[in-house]
Structure formats: C-alpha cells, structure tokens
Design a protein around this ligand. Sequence first.
Ligand code: DAV
Length: 373
Amino acid sequence: MVWSPEKTEVKSWNEWDTLRHVIVGRADDCHIPPEEPALDAKVPEDSDMRGQWGRRPQETIDRANELLDNFADQLRKRGVRVDRPVSIDHSQPVTTPDFHTDSQFGCMPPRDVLLTVGHEMLEATMSYRCRWFEYLNYRPLLKQYWEEDPKFRHEAAPKPRLTDEDYHPDYLSDKIGVEKRLKWAEEKFFVTTEEEPLFDAADVLRFGKDLVVQHGFTTNLKGIEWLRRHFPDHRVHTVNFPGDPYPIHIDATFTPLRPGLILNNPQRRLPEEQREMFHKNGWEIVDSAQPAHNTPPPLCYSSTWLSMNVLVLDPKTVCVEKSEVYQAEQMDKLGMEVVEVELRDAYAFGGGLHCCTADVYRDGDCEDYFPNQ
Ligand code: DAV
C-alpha cells in the first residue's frame, strides 16, 4: 500500500526504511530534575549539573526550540509528515503512594518514551521518577492516531512503583570513580535492581522480526523479559556494552544504518560472543567515527557520542548533526547521502537527532534479517 499524507497510519518495523511520518520533540518547559537515585547514577561525577535543579533558562529553551522547529521544517520540506508533542507543566511534582519528586523533566526526546513496533506504539515503563508521567506529553498525538487509524494499537507497559527497592544504594555516591563504574558495568551491576520490569524505549532497536535491547541503567532484565512476553512474534535479544561507565539508551552506541550495516561506538564495543548473530547473518559492525567535540555542551546529560545519534531517513539518506564533521565524512564513505541538521544547542534537553524523534510510519513490512539463529 502506498503511504498518503492525508491518511494517518501507524507502522514502523525497523530503524531504516523510508520515513514518512515522525514526532519531533519540543524543549518547552524543560527542567533539570531534582536528585533521585537513577538520575544521579547517570550524571557524570564532574558534571556542571551536580547539585542544581529547576527550570532551564528561558533563552536556552528558546534556542533549543528554534533548532527543533528548523529540524521539523527540514523534514517537512523533504515530504515527511511531522507532529509535535503538547508539553505538560513539568514544574509539577510527582507524588504516588510510593514516591515523591519535586519536578518532572521535559518532552524533547520522544524516543525515550515511545516504542513503535509495527502498528503499535508502546509507552515504556521509564525508570526515573521524574519521567513517570512523561507519556502525557504525547497523549494528544496518540489519541489522534487512535481515532484516525483503526489498526493502531496504543499500549502502555505496567507503571512501575519506583520505590527505593528499584535502585542499588551503592550508586548513590558521587565519588565512585570511572574505574569502578567500568568494572560494575562489566559485571552487569547497574543502578536499577530486578525488583520489577523497567525499560526506557530508547534501549530498544528494531530490526524487523528481531528486537535488540540494551541491559543497563535504564532497562533491567525483567524489563527485557516483559518485552519478550509482550511481543511473542519477535525474537528479543539482550546486549551489553561494557566500555560505557554510564550505560543508558542504546542510540549513542549501536546504530543500524541499513540492512547489513551497523555503526558501533569504538569505546563501547559489542562483546565478541554477542556479535555472533550479526556475523552469522552477514551483518557488518563497523567502528563509528570520533565525535567532533571533546566535551558535551553545558548542562547536558549525554556524552559526546551523540555524534552517532543519527536519524536514518531511508537506507541511503541520514541526518547528521551539522558540527559532527567526522561522522558526516564516514557516512559519505559508507555511501550515505548526509542531511546536515543543526541541533547541538538542544542536546542538553534530552539528546540528539535520534532521541528527539519517534517513528510513526516507515515504508516496508516486518522482515526476517537474521534467518540463521
Ligand atoms: O552516550 O550519553 C545518550 C543517549 C541519549 N538517548 C550517551 C547516551
């Protein structure tokens, strides 16, 4: 069936087929949340964000929104339908019978919250208290898709309780040191416990019939098991990237570009034994280029590896952040047409080009790219 911009349809099975319809986040009312166990574990020990919280300065919100609006326009000019979330009031505290936190986060990275698999969009459990209600930013869109597309399945994973039982107290210190963090990551000792299923949508990559999920700070093994039971027609694979002292979200680490080709962060290589399924099926895993920057922008949670947080528009075309010249050069060598998008001043609001988008529709069907299991 041919896609038409007049008719809403939710469908996306992978990360690379031609993108037709997408959500682009907003920087509106974004807050630096107060301290809480899972968030603290991710903030680098020498970060300028330690110890401060509250609404981000208006001029930085305006600048980030300018870049996100421009990105949305660039996509529209290429024929992609673009929707935007409706920001809730993120200054509101979150209180449940189990926990309290004084503010929420924002709605710049829909990729963290919404997982599109075929005709379904699934709201992730999330693993930070400040992100418990983040799905509400996307509910007006999901409501609209549900009303306009009779095949759309709107699903939500069980809300987690997020009591102290969900977090290892060892991670509460800001004096752990990178060496110990790397050792813990190697041992798969992460900040989240196995109290209950937890996952962020950005830990999942879609390869047709196969879902590849990172086990780390934001997704635990029970979260992966929950996904396995929820998608019985898929094969769900657990991966780890031991070189990452702050392992959250797979999309600055492992980036499929087209069938048969994946970029892998050279500081976070997929361990040899986990490469087998890719090699057996003719997939090549290549080291990504180096980031163009030595440090992230101010007040940013993410690492400089947002350089590889790209948005694939089709198997020959990819959006790369404008200042990431080495990443763009590598894409060119790999035969991809590069669309430059300026986004660096929005990184602090929740990530890069992959993070700030969520698929609504891509061409193509659910294919088996790994027949040799
Ligand atoms: O490398 O800091 C960022 C991923 C954001 N979704 C990193 C991971």
